[in-house]
Design a protein. Structure first.
Lengths: 265, 270
């Protein structure tokens, strides 16, 4: 390498550093206003004992008590402008497409925290025809029914072994019965519709935007605690600023967590 | 030969029926398949469904007919904070929408404005609409006479050429100070200051010898600066400035292209 080439490379590197610094000055974090003053890159500490003590649950215990916040989402529920629903993602799943994701969901009204739940991915369905998508779109049946029965087929699809399924469905039990999480006894209510914006980095360059049709369900465990099931029909509109249409149904299971036992570092 | 042809036809028919049954069986997934509600509703395939030999009922919504008992369910009233809040918000939205739908649009009262106008205008018959406002408007007050302030500036004239009182009045007026006032006295009286230039900074040329009228224009021509223009220096400047501009343009383009390599855009905000 000649002296001229060496000098050219040094100058080029210096100019690159200066350009990167100049660009970095223009960037501002957009992951602000999150609950617990959380930011992407921070850590969430959840009480693992709350998971371990559950009897007969589908929720898997997190691998570590402290999990990094890899993404943050805001769910805007239609017709509920006073409710602020945030999701602090500890995993965005394989290839950031949500399959395998887990998040801490915080519901606020103003500054008051109404509900906190930790959800992890259970399984995904892909409704490929219009007839298969109709049950999720508020047509009077399907998503929004008062009950959801999870049977052996879905447990198998969710990766549970035969022994685990036998433990979950002991004796003559045919299915796990989840009841719609709503203070009404109507046979059917329309699913909630919302739009979620997820930031996968602190400046909002990476992320996704999707429409949701979802309904929360709960199931009483044998020890009296509640297990949650979030059934969400999702239509991905864009990913990383580019159009990326995708339609699927995600089943997420979770539990409620005490606000006092959650730390964000 | 006939037997062979008959066997071939039977085999074809058998294969055709078997393919139909496979297709139907594929839709059911052999029991490892999730579907919603009753049998009349659409079915949804699980992406990672496995095939189980038992024809068990698939997962789904609704109070389906279960041959075997299911795990006990929680009472609907024990909803979580999430469920209660979402349901309350949705119920509120539905209630507002229902109220807005049921509320019949009442036509606006036609004589409301007129009645108010009648009361307010105390019997004026033609009161309606915006004309009432005009009728109720107070009578136009006579506008006060504009106040004129004259700023007289006192000038001390020390020369005999500024002894004209009317000239000093003109120079002293504030508005007149911005105008060029040229007072040229007759040639027979050009003994003192002959020409007075009255501008913002009024100076009176006094005591100067009179300039003959025929020498005025040649004097101006003589006082013009001598041009040192040359085409060579002009082109040198143009070339130099052009080269500098081109260099600056190339450097700027290089810098912006380098910055663009590191540029990040905010596609999403929460």
């Amino acid at each position: 390498m000649g002296l001229f080439e060496l000098g050219r490379r040094v100058v080029d590197k210096r100019l690159d550093d200066a350009a990167a610094k100049a660009v970095a000055k223009d960037l501002t974090r957009v992951d602000t206003g999150l609950p617990f003053n959380a930011q992407i890159g921070g850590l969430i500490e959840v009480p693992r004992a709350s998971f371990a003590l559950l009897d007969g649950t589908l929720v898997k215990v997190p691998a570590t008590a402290q999990m990094p916040i890899v993404a943050a989402g805001r769910v805007r529920v239609d017709g509920a402008d006073d409710l602020v629903l945030h999701r602090l993602y500890t995993s965005c799943g394989y290839n950031r497409n949500g399959e395998g994701q887990s998040f801490l969901q915080v519901l606020r009204q103003g500054e008051e925290i109404l509900d906190i739940g930790y959800f992890s991915f259970l399984c995904r369905q892909v409704p490929m025809t219009e007839a298969e998508q109709e049950p999720f779109l508020g047509k009077g049946f399907g998503l929004g029914d008062i009950d959801y029965f999870m049977r052996e087929d879905q447990l198998t699809a969710s990766g549970f072994s035969d022994e685990q399924i036998d433990a979950l469905l002991p004796g003559d039990t045919d299915a796990l019965n989840f009841v719609r999480d709503a203070p009404t006894g109507d046979e059917y209510i329309e699913p909630y519709t919302a739009r979620e914006t997820r930031l996968d980095d602190s400046v909002g360059e990476k992320g996704l935007q999707k429409q949701l049709h979802f309904m929360p369900y709960t199931r009483a465990l044998s020890d009296g605690q509640q297990e949650r099931l979030l059934v969400s029909f999702e239509v991905v509109e864009s990913m990383d600023g580019k159009r990326a249409p995708q339609v699927y149904v995600d089943f997420m299971v979770g539990i409620s967590l005490d606000r006092q036992k959650i730390k964000v570092l | 030969m006939k037997h062979a042809r008959l066997v071939a036809i039977l085999a074809a028919i058998t294969l055709a029926f078997s393919s139909v049954s496979w297709a139907r069986g594929g839709g059911g997934g052999g029991g490892g398949h999730s579907s919603f509600g009753g049998g009349s509703r659409a079915s949804v395939s699980v992406s990672r469904a496995s095939i189980s030999p038992s024809p068990a009922r698939s997962s789904g919504f609704g109070a389906s007919v279960a041959s075997k008992p299911s795990a006990p369910a929680a009472a609907p009233a024990q909803s979580t904070g999430l469920g209660s809040s979402l349901y309350a918000a949705k119920a509120n939205t539905a209630a507002v929408a229902a109220y807005n739908t049921s509320k019949t649009p009442t036509p606006a009262p036609v004589n409301s404005t007129a009645s108010r106008a009648t009361v307010a205008s105390a019997g004026t018959p033609q009161n309606s609409g915006y004309t009432v406002g005009a009728a109720l408007a107070p009578a136009p007050m006579p506008s006060p006479a504009p106040t004129t302030v004259n700023h007289y500036t006192t000038y001390t004239s020390s020369s005999g050429g500024g002894g004209n009182g009317w000239l000093w009045y003109m120079l002293g007026r504030d508005s007149a100070r911005h105008d060029t006032v040229v007072v040229q006295q007759p040639a027979s009286q050009q003994t003192g200051g002959a020409v007075v230039y009255g501008t913002g900074n009024t100076t009176v040329a006094a005591g100067q010898p009179p300039v003959p009228a025929q020498h005025a224009e040649p004097a101006a021509a003589v006082s013009a600066p001598v041009s040192s223009f040359s085409w060579g220096s002009f082109f040198a400047w143009v070339l130099g400035l052009g080269a500098l501009g081109l260099l600056a343009h190339v450097l700027w383009r290089n810098w912006t292209a380098r910055k663009a390599r590191f540029a990040r855009t905010s596609n999403y905000q929460i």
